[in-house]
Every structure is written in structure tokens, then in C-alpha cells.
Ligand binder design. Structure first.
Ligand SMILES: [Zn+2]
Length: 391
């Protein structure tokens, strides 16, 4: 059986075409607020059911429950708040007059309708507390924390309905949880392992994907790269997708591997982000979730294996597949980890992103122990990284 969504059923909150047209025609006379990029992604994900059982942006009680206990008020595990801070001061001021039950238009920076909020509550929160509880730090050099501390402390809550959003990257469409579940069913896949990533694949990534596919209890692999808002210095979304397309085309069985992008903003919250990302993949129908070393980490903010341990604290109904760091060992002449290889670290080919970027920048040959040549060719193109102001 494909696992049930988190909380038992898929919550879809999408505007019909007719209702959307109606709202668009009355948009000028409706109260509205402009959403930030992260919240636009969240809105679409609540709408599609990727965030089941959420039906809208969290109210103050739910927000507190998530920060204090890592759970929704129902007791269901949920590690990161999905709230709606208002980035614009004029919207914060105007929202003081919103009344419970009122319908608020949710628009993007170009004043395009992206959904509606059935307004329930306006609340203030403490950005320091949000940063500390979610990211474990108030250090402003942490990319998400810096934004939280500089951002708004006023949020709106209520159920939403979203304009359906089906982007594609490098020609690969983003499937909704419903479409993904239907596809799994068609293919006869009952136990699918999700592979979370935000970087082009190198051999260590491919190795744990292959180890996963060798498992008797796994029917297939969903490669689900996050291509929403990333940070400066990350690879561009199209580049990540092209690189994975090259890997899948050249080296994966189409009977057992599926590639689809996922547009959400990356929260570099280490263990709490790993749990959140696993809950999201459960909603897409995945029964297993791959957790490598330092998943969703940034800099040295998190213990690299805290992202493994959090799955012992919270049972989310998904089987975590925990892998240690893997590498190519010159003496073993194969990919390995310290679990199987007895040789010293000096025997290993360094597969870190830093090493790969350096090798690419220097223009030399990239050893096949590091990158598939088809992937290397894509990463060698000019302008593959996000620059300041791009994201
Ligand atoms: Zn070895």
C-alpha cells in the first residue's frame, strides 16, 4: 500500500478556474496582501496537499505548538512553522482592520492573484524565538536566520485556497502529490524511497541511490530536487535538473527511477528540516526517505548526524534510510563508507561540493570517481551558480 498522507488524507485547497476568474475580476476592490517568495511557495504547497494536513497558514496556537513541541496541536509531528509574515509595512498596517471571516486576496509582487486567505487571526511573534526554536541559533550569518531577524514580526492566519501552480524546469514538470500518487499506482510501486537534494549529483549521491534500489523493501526511487528559492552560490534550478536528467538518462532504470522537481524554499534547519522534508515526501506517496550526512545543513551549524537521530524522536510513518558519508576509496577501488572500508582517509577521493567546484573552475579533467562525464559537461557551462540578486 502507498502510505496515507500525513494526518490520514490528502488536503487539497485549490481554486477552481471559475472561482479564480471571479476573484480576479473583483481583485481591485478586495483587501489584499503581497506575499514574500517563500510564502508564495508555501501557499502553492498547502493548496496541492504537499503540506497535508495543513489547510492554511498557521494560527498563533499552532505556531507555538510547533516551536515548543515539534507537533501540531493534534499531536501530529510537524517540525517547522508554516506561517504568513507580511513583508510590506503598508500591509501590516492595513491588516489591523481585517475581520475574522473576511476573504483576503494573496498576491505576488506583480499584483497577480495567487490565492485567498479566509482570515482568522493576526498575531505578532518573536523572530528570535522563531529562529532559536526552528534553526537552533540566532546567529544572523545563518541564511534563514538573518532573514527572520531582519523580517516582519506580524503574521496572518487562516485557511487558504490557492491558484493551481504547475511549473516545470528544464522541461521536467513538477508533479502534485495527487499526480505523483496516481503515477506510483500505475507503475505498481508500493514502496518508493524519496531522495532529497539541492545539488547536482556526484558519485557519492548516486551510490546511496543505488544502495537504496538494491533493498528488497524498496520498489522505486523518487529523485525530488528542491528547486525553489535557494541561496547565493547554489546551483541554478535548471542546472540541477539538467544534471539529474543526464544521470537518470544515462545510468538509471526508467522502470525504477522517477525525477520531478519540487518548488519550495530551502530551509537550512538541519534535523528539523530533514523531518519536515520527509513529511512532505510522505504526502507525495513515499514510504521511505533517504537521509545522508548533514542533510539540510549549512556551514557548521548542525551536528552532521543530528538529522539521523531526529527520526528516533518523532515517528512520522516513513522509514528513514540513514546513510553515513560515502566516498571512492583508491585501495578498495570502489565507493565505500567507513562501515565497510578499513583504509585511511588519505586513500579517499574527496567528493565534497567544494572540491568539485574547484576542479570545475580550474577547467581540468574531472575524475569519473567524482562525477559522471555527462554531469560534468553540464556543470562546466558558464553561469551555473546563483549570484547575489538572482534569488
Ligand atoms: Zn578502502
Amino acid at each position: 500500500m502507498i502510505p496515507q498522507p500525513h494526518g490520514g488524507r490528502l488536503i487539497e485547497r485549490l481554486l477552481s478556474e471559475g472561482r479564480r476568474a471571479e476573484l480576479e475580476s473583483s481583485l481591485a476592490s478586495m483587501p489584499s496582501v503581497v506575499l514574500g517568495v517563500d510564502q508564495l511557495y508555501d501557499l502553492a504547497k498547502i493548496g496541492s496537499g504537499a503540506y497535508s494536513p495543513l489547510e492554511g497558514f498557521m494560527d498563533s496556537a499552532t505556531f507555538r505548538s510547533v516551536l515548543d513541541h515539534g507537533r501540531l496541536p493534534t499531536g501530529l509531528p510537524w517540525s517547522l512553522p508554516i506561517h504568513l509574515p507580511l513583508p510590506r509595512p503598508e500591509d501590516r498596517a492595513a491588516s489591523e482592520k481585517f475581520r475574522p471571516g473576511e476573504t483576503i486576496a494573496l498576491v505576488d509582487g506583480h499584483q497577480r492573484l495567487r490565492g485567498v486567505l479566509h482570515f482568522d487571526e493576526r498575531f505578532r511573534f518573536d523572530p528570535q524565538r522563531l529562529a532559536e526554536a526552528s534553526f537552533g541559533t540566532v546567529d544572523p550569518t545563518h541564511p534563514n536566520v538573518g532573514e527572520i531577524l531582519r523580517g516582519s514580526d506580524v503574521a496572518l492566519a487562516g485557511r487558504i485556497e490557492a491558484v493551481p501552480d504547475v511549473p516545470s524546469f528544464a522541461g521536467v514538470p513538477e508533479l502534485s502529490p495527487r499526480a505523483m500518487r496516481e503515477l506510483f499506482q500505475q507503475k505498481g510501486w508500493k514502496s518508493v524511497a524519496a531522495y532529497q537534494c539541492r545539488n547536482p549529483p556526484h558519485t557519492a549521491h548516486e551510490y546511496i541511490q543505488r544502495l537504496t534500489l538494491e533493498r528488497e523493501d524498496v520498489d522505486a526511487l523518487l529523485i525530488h530536487p528542491i528547486v525553489g528559492r535557494l541561496k547565493t552560490g547554489d546551483y541554478r534550478p535548471e542546472v540541477i535538473m539538467q544534471a539529474y536528467q543526464a544521470l537518470v538518462k544515462g545510468y538509471c532504470s526508467p522502470e525504477r527511477v522517477l525525477l520531478s522537481p519540487l518548488t519550495i524554499s530551502m530551509r537550512y534547519a538541519g534535523p528539523k528540516a530533514a523531518l519536515f522534508l520527509a513529511i512532505v515526501r510522505k504526502n507525495f506517496g513515499c514510504s521511505h526517505y533517504i537521509v545522508g550526512r548533514d542533510q539540510a545543513g549549512v556551514g557548521k551549524f548542525y551536528d552532521p548526524y543530528a538529522c539521523h537521530r531526529i527520526f528516533d524522536q518523532f515517528d512520522i510513518g516513513v522509514t528513514p534510510l540513514r546513510y553515513e558519508e560515502s566516498f571512492f576509496c583508491r585501495t578498495c577501488q570502489s565507493m565505500a563508507s567507513t562501515k565497510v572500508c578499513p583504509h585511511p582517509a588519505t586513500d579517499r577521493v574527496d567528493t565534497s561540493q567544494t572540491r568539485i567546484r574547484k576542479a570545475l573552475a580550474e577547467g581540468g579533467e574531472i575524475p569519473v570517481e567524482l562525477l559522471r562525464p555527462e554531469v560534468a559537461a553540464i556543470l562546466r557551462q558558464p553561469n551555473v551558480l546563483l549570484k547575489e540578486g538572482d534569488n
